[in-house]
Design a protein around this ligand. Structure first.
Ligand SMILES: Cc1cc2nc3c(=O)[nH]c(=O)nc-3n(C[C@H](O)[C@H](O)[C@H](O)COP(=O)(O)OP(=O)(O)OC[C@H]3O[C@@H](n4cnc5c(N)ncnc54)[C@H](O)[C@@H]3O)c2cc1C
Length: 470
């Protein structure tokens, strides 16, 4: 790295700290670097790590990635697997089947009936292997930008003339003009920002669990047939549903089975979140889908004998009242962890990243143009614009993800098992997500920043948030 590299802080320059090197943290970092903004990522783990499971990106997320930095799109495309038997001719339809009803006397004709399909747009829902995606993204992050084994424990705002002081578990400290917290669903920064006694500081159990596995395609294809194995399918039924799509160039089938868990998640208390996974067995999953059609039971039979059960937590019950405190903001799951039923939690975090990078680029421009301006005040104003523009959409996702799960499981009062109504409801919600007016968001951010830039902040708010060390 040259001395000029934007990750290197220089006096007077905008220096940003990103907390957490997950999907959203890395994508935000690439967007900042693309805008020549100095950034450091502080990640608590020893290295980048993602689980061996799939993730898919919706069209709006891909468009935001292109605007953040086209390398991000390259990284996704390097590992994305289009739906369909022929990779060059993607089949861009999502499918919902009745996985539950079947007639044992006529299994061939009665099992797993197609209920409805929805066009997702060209390559609108491509599966990626998470760990492979992270490997690709990291290729575009210059060395020296990320510091590992840096678990943030607290930060301090020492007043508008000073940079924020960050403290880490190992006793070290760092400084930054702005902090972007991408520290995930159990965010430490959210807890500091909202207060340890605030229920919105913690995610809560959605009473759904997910069993996740990657199944070798050479086992899945003979059992399911080529079409079913190589195209995204959702098998619906009462109180549970099962989703699968191909990843890793079609070498693996990503399978996620969702089930209802009426009790509490035993490993998490009211105001703490312990381990969100617990060991499970294939027999437990088979029990959930006992009596369902042969297709669903065949898919379950492909799961490994031992796998993990993931408790689905989200911020539905207690949404964060703000994503911002002074020069610190929350993004991605740290701000609005959602259940995964729209397949869009990471995607909406990418939208956050675009909003933040756009605003900080405006701050940088202003600082370059107007020397006397106070950096801290400008950053705070920019982040307040973010806090006005982003929450309505991301909080909507959290709510709609819960509701759409009810639709898949025939529990949503206004749709029940009326497939036309289900399709209409799913279409409206999916289109709201996929056909997002990105240009409109950017224009709104721009207008908001222009308006805010010259405003005098009210002293009680401008006096900053002074979170104390833990
Ligand atoms: C079953 C399931 C399926 C899903 N499928 C999809 C899908 O298909 N499409 C989609 O868009 N979304 C999907 N999601 C949602 C998606 O996984 C998340 O929204 C996304 O991973 C969140 O990314 P993030 O970077 O915000 O957080 P994370 O990926 O959780 O990253 C947080 C990072 O911060 C680090 N960290 C935490 N605390 C600290 C600290 N104090 N100091 C320093 N570092 C810290 C962590 O080590 C971690 O690296 C799914 C979720 C689930 C559960």
């Amino acid at each position: 790295m040259t001395a000029d590299h934007p990750s290197q802080a220089r006096p007077g320059r905008l220096q940003v700290a990103v907390i957490g090197g997950g999907i959203v943290g890395l994508i935000t970092t690439l967007g900042l670097l693309k805008r020549n903004i100095a950034v450091k990522v502080y990640e608590q783990s020893r290295g980048f790590r993602e689980i061996g499971a799939g993730v898919a990106f919706t069209a709006n997320a891909m468009q935001c990635m292109a605007l953040l930095d086209p390398h991000i799109v390259d990284a996704v495309n390097a590992v994305a697997t289009p739906n369909g038997e022929d990779m060059d001719k993607p089949n861009d339809y999502l499918r919902w089947h009745d996985g539950y009803h079947w007639d044992p006397e006529h299994p061939e004709t009665s099992d797993d009936k197609l209920l409805f399909t929805l066009y997702s747009g060209y390559k609108g829902f491509q599966g990626c292997h998470r760990a492979h995606l992270l490997d690709e993204l990291v290729k575009y992050v210059p060395s020296g930008v990320v510091e590992f084994r840096k678990r943030l424990t607290s930060y301090e705002d020492r007043g508008p003339q000073e940079r924020l002081l960050l403290r880490f578990e190992d006793g070290s400290t760092a400084e930054a003009d702005a902090v972007i917290a991408c520290d995930g669903i159990k965010s430490t920064v959210r807890r500091i920002l909202l207060g340890a006694d605030n229920p919105a500081s913690y995610p809560h159990f959605s009473h759904k669990v997910a069993y996740r596995a990657l199944v070798p395609m050479d086992q899945a294809e003979p059992l399911l047939g080529s079409f079913k194995a190589r195209n995204q399918h959702m098998h619906t039924g009462p109180g549970a549903h099962l989703l699968h799509f191909p990843v890793d160039g079609g070498k693996l089938l990503n399978v996620v089975a969702f089930a209802t868990e009426p009790g509490d998640w035993p490993l998490g208390g009211t105001n703490t979140v312990g381990n969100m996974t617990a060991p499970a067995t294939r027999e437990q999953v088979a029990e959930v889908f006992r009596g369902w059609g042969p297709t669903v039971r065949n898919i379950v039979s492909l799961l490994p004998a031992e796998l993990d059960r993931w408790a689905i937590f989200d911020t539905y019950d207690h949404p964060a009242p703000t994503f911002v405190g002074g020069r610190v903001c929350l993004a991605g799951d740290a701000a609005h962890a959602s259940s995964p039923h729209h397949g869009a939690g990471a995607g909406i975090g990418v939208e956050d990243a675009l909003a933040i990078c756009t605003l900080l680029a405006r701050v940088k421009e202003t600082l370059q143009a107007e020397e006397a301006v106070l950096k801290a005040g400008l950053i705070e104003k920019a982040l307040r614009v973010y806090d006005r523009v982003r929450p309505p959409r991301s909080q909507w996702l959290v709510q709609s993800s819960r509701e759409v799960c009810d639709i898949y499981e025939w529990n949503y009062p206004s749709t029940g098992t009326d497939w036309d109504k289900c399709l209409a409801e799913i279409t409206a919600r999916s289109h709201k997500l996929w056909y997002f007016d990105i240009a409109g968001m950017l224009a709104e951010l721009d207008r908001g920043y222009e308006k805010m830039k010259n405003l005098q902040l009210a002293p009680e708010v401008a006096s900053d948030h002074h979170p104390s060390a833990e």
